[in-house]
Design a protein around this ligand. Structure first.
Ligand code: ADP
Ligand code: ASP
Ligand code: MG
Length: 463
């Protein structure tokens, strides 16, 4: 068995869907389980429309629903000729859009948009996409069945990025999918969406369909997990920033997790976790160029003797600095900082402390920076009055740039080469952090200079 996940661009129009059919046909003997995303861009449109609904931009909401419906009807009309199959698919689409319209109306009436509602709204993308893919497969002679992942993947109610209950989900996945696979049917499973014990819709976080594929691949002990996307594999940098970036043929799970955590959007960071446990290789492949071998992610990456496999960046971050001479040698300051932030569920992406202990700084997503500032002001109110802490400063619009590669471990001169390249590009470094794993070196720059820094570091390691 192989789990094959097709991303948004791979299922976003007629020619792409024709390519998916041809790929799945080619690998039918491998007993593929298909996981798919919403049609390219649709999740963004669904979520933006929710914001418009809450602002009661009624006409815009209606027009957008119409456009989304047309996009799906178009696939049904163009790709399904069998009368019964086509009218069933179109009827399912009509019902889905009626339900979605009701959700948007509810949001408008109440002028309230909760995380729970956002998940319910976002789930329509994958539900619509996978129903239509199953119909397209059947139309092309591939026995297929639509599977709603909400019935198998159980999570807690941490909406927008729910946590999976693996004990329940692994059994449910096997119980639902194995009987289909044994009958030679290709399950077409919705990526991204899941459900709570009470049957409330949740999602696994943006780009979470990769994670769905890995959860399913691991639950079924698949031979491999394939992530089909729109590039030849994981590259030495984001090809949109560095046009000369090259495909990396092998990566370790650790490298892939680190790279994706630090901004390589090509794979969701959580994807590696279920695969590591069962030792299942993950392969990244291109639907636009299926014969390319792509990138294999596994326990061992051999061959390429390059210390820095990839240079990545994440934008839209803020740096928070806490300063004060009174902090020096006082135990427990860091513990108080990070527990105050954890209490508010603020995700700290990187920490840096000068050895003088006079300044602690850390990075958070920009959208959480004011919440962080408020939490810290409350925690350190007394210390600020006493001047143990002088100031808490937030600077928005910074980026983290990271170099990742296991070959960096124990290799001298990587940091020197990295920072010389950044200085050569005339980019100022605001803060630096290197984890003790030495798997990555990350540093903070102004967002406006991040691309320049990525290019310079990439050129230093990959001419
Ligand atoms: P999908 O819809 O298939 O999930 P995504 O848009 O989520 O696709 O991810 C693929 C995109 O990730 C590529 O088109 C590329 O622009 C971007 N990307 C960013 N960093 C990298 C990288 N290091 N290697 C490859 N692609 C990257
Ligand atoms: N459709 C979802 C998103 O855009 C999940 C995914 O594509 O992986 O975030
Ligand atoms: Mg993706």
């Amino acid at each position: 068995m192989i789990t094959m996940k097709f991303g948004g661009t791979s299922v976003g129009d007629v020619p792409r869907l024709e390519e998916v059919v041809s790929i799945v046909k080619q690998f039918l003997k491998e007993q593929p389980v298909v996981v798919a995303s919403a049609m390219g861009g649709l999740t963004n449109v669904l979520l933006e429309t929710a914001q418009n609904a809450v602002q009661r931009k009624t006409e815009l909401v209606q027009n957008t629903i119409q456009a989304m419906r047309d996009r799906h009807h178009h696939i049904a009309l163009r790709m399904i000729t069998d009368e019964a199959r086509r009218s069933k698919l179109i009827q399912d689409q009509i019902t889905s859009f009626e339900d979605l319209t009701q959700l948007y109306n509810g949001v408008s009436m109440l002028r309230e948009l909760s995380s729970r509602s956002l998940d319910a709204i976002a789930s329509f993308g994958e539900l619509l996409s996978c129903r239509q893919i199953a119909a397209v497969f059947e139309e092309n002679g591939i026995p297929a069945q639509f599977v709603d992942a909400r019935t198998m993947i159980r999570t807690d109610d941490h909406y927008l990025e729910a946590n999976v209950d693996f004990a329940y989900s692994n059994n449910a996945i096997a119980a639902t999918l194995l009987p289909l696979i044994e009958k030679g049917i290709v399950p077409v499973v919705t990526g991204f969406v899941a459900g709570t014990e009470e049957g409330i819709t949740t999602t696994l976080g943006r780009s979470g369909s990769d994670y769905t594929a890995s959860i399913i691949g691991a639950a079924l002990h698949c031979k491999e997990i394939w992530i089909w996307t729109d590039v030849d594999g994981v590259m030495t940098a984001d090809p949109r920033i560095v046009p000369s970036a090259k495909v990396v043929s092998e990566l370790t799970y650790k490298e892939a997790a680190e790279m994706s955590y630090f901004g390589a959007k090509v794979i969701h960071p959580k994807t590696m976790t279920p695969a590591i446990e069962k030792n299942i290789p993950i392969r990244i492949k291109n639907t636009f160029n299926p014969s390319h071998a792509g990138t294999v992610i596994s326990h061992k990456a051999s061959g390429e003797n390059i210390p820095v496999k990839s240079v990545t960046s994440i934008d839209d971050l803020s740096i928070v600095e806490i300063e004060g001479n009174g902090m020096i040698g006082v135990p427990g300051i860091s513990a108080r900082i990070f527990s105050a932030l954890a209490h508010k569920e603020i995700n700290v992406m990187m920490i840096s402390q000068a050895s003088s202990e006079h300044n602690v700084c850390f990075i958070v997503p920009r959208k959480e920076s004011q919440k962080a500032l408020k939490a810290l002001r409350a925690e350190f109110e007394f210390d600020m009055a006493r001047k143990t802490i002088d100031d808490i400063i937030v600077t928005d619009n910074v980026s983290i740039v990271a170099t990742v590669g296991e070959g960096m471990i124990g290799t001298k001169g990587i940091a020197g080469k990295t920072f010389t390249a950044v200085a050569g590009a005339n980019v100022n470094i605001i803060a630096i952090a290197q984890g003790s794993s030495e798997l990555n070196i990350s540093f903070v720059v102004q967002q406006a200079e991040a691309k320049k820094a990525v290019l310079a570091v990439h050129n230093a390691f990959h001419q």
